[in-house]
Write a protein that binds this ligand. Structure first.
Ligand SMILES: Nc1ncnc2c1ncn2[C@@H]1O[C@H](COP(=O)(O)OP(=O)(O)OP(=O)(O)O)[C@@H](O)[C@H]1O
Length: 271
């Protein structure tokens, strides 16, 4: 393919990365027990570097969303230590350098697309002219430049997801957390959005993406590394490197090596 590898950390699990202070996200023996006694996550170790794309895979209930919620500062960890961009998750969240995309698009039905994507800037008190320019920039990034005035109900599921991604990108996040964003989409739309997301990420070489999926093909296609989790209690059981260059295109999906990584991730999930 002849394209150089991205400048990402090339060694996998946490113990291979002594430079924890340089990691954007650092989990050391992190555990979470909910007040009702559910042990959702146990001894999770992970370092995510700048510019990485990490996919989290694992069966339902293995603690993927709990890990995301802890990184986002939406719920606290109950053991171990967790830092995001060198500080606590709650502090990192206040800096607006983190953004989220969920499976549900959570768009405001009465607001135009430009008003929807610029909402974080409106809430931050950014002047209208600047908001408009930024809104147009991110709508163009996701291929919806001509839809600025349209209402969400006029859009397909895939388009609504593009708007959600645009809204997340408007604050130029260093860390983008995506919780099963493409789970409700048909396969063709899903693959198109995967290509588009990789293009956006490739243009912004410093953005780190953490992405939850149940789909091993999606994980192998998108990731620099795949974090495999097992349930009861939720543990990170393996971290699989996917050392293929970017950009990855349609041909990549048909390469025998791609199939090999899909097999490796699937097999890791079963152990
Ligand atoms: N607020 C909560 N209180 C108590 N238990 C919870 C809470 N949130 C999640 N859990 C439990 O913690 C465990 C991990 O849940 P979590 O949602 O993190 O898993 P997941 O891997 O994201 O699942 P899925 O793939 O189905 O979204 C599950 O047993 C779940 O029932």
């Amino acid at each position: 393919m002849g394209i150089p590898l991205r400048n990402v950390y090339e060694q996998s699990p946490a113990q291979a990365r002594p430079e924890a202070a340089e990691a954007l996200v650092c989990l050391q023996d992190v555990g979470k027990i909910y007040p009702n006694g559910t042990v959702a996550v146990q001894n999770a170790n992970l370092l995510a570097g700048e510019g990485e794309f990490l996919c989290f895979v694992g069966p339902s209930g293995c603690g993927k969303s709990t890990i995301f919620n802890m990184i986002a500062g939406l719920t606290g960890h109950t053991s171990g230590s967790l830092s995001v961009m060198g500080t606590t998750p709650k502090e990192a969240r206040k800096r607006s350098e983190m953004a989220f995309v969920f499976q549900e698009h959570t768009l405001l039905p009465w607001a135009s697309l430009i008003d929807n994507v610029t909402m974080p800037l409106t809430l931050a008190g950014v002047p209208k002219k600047e908001r408009k320019a930024e809104g147009e920039r991110v709508l163009e990034l996701v291929g919806l430049k001509d839809y600025a005035k349209v209402l969400p109900r006029q859009l397909s599921g895939g388009m609504k997801m593009r708007v959600s991604i645009a809204r997340a990108l408007i604050s130029n996040p260093k860390l983008l957390l995506m919780d099963e964003p493409f789970g409700a989409l048909d396969e063709i739309t899903r693959q198109t959005l995967q290509d588009e997301l990789l293009n956006i990420w490739h243009q912004n070489k410093k953005m780190t993406v953490l992405f939850i999926t149940h789909n091993v093909f999606e994980a192998a296609f998108l990731s620099t590394r795949v974090v495999v989790m097992t349930p009861r209690p939720g543990k990170i059981s393996d971290i699989v490197d996917v050392p293929f260059p970017f950009p990855r295109n349609e041909d990549f999906r048909t390469l025998p090596e791609f199939g090999e990584y899909v097999r490796q991730i699937s097999s890791s999930l079963k152990h």
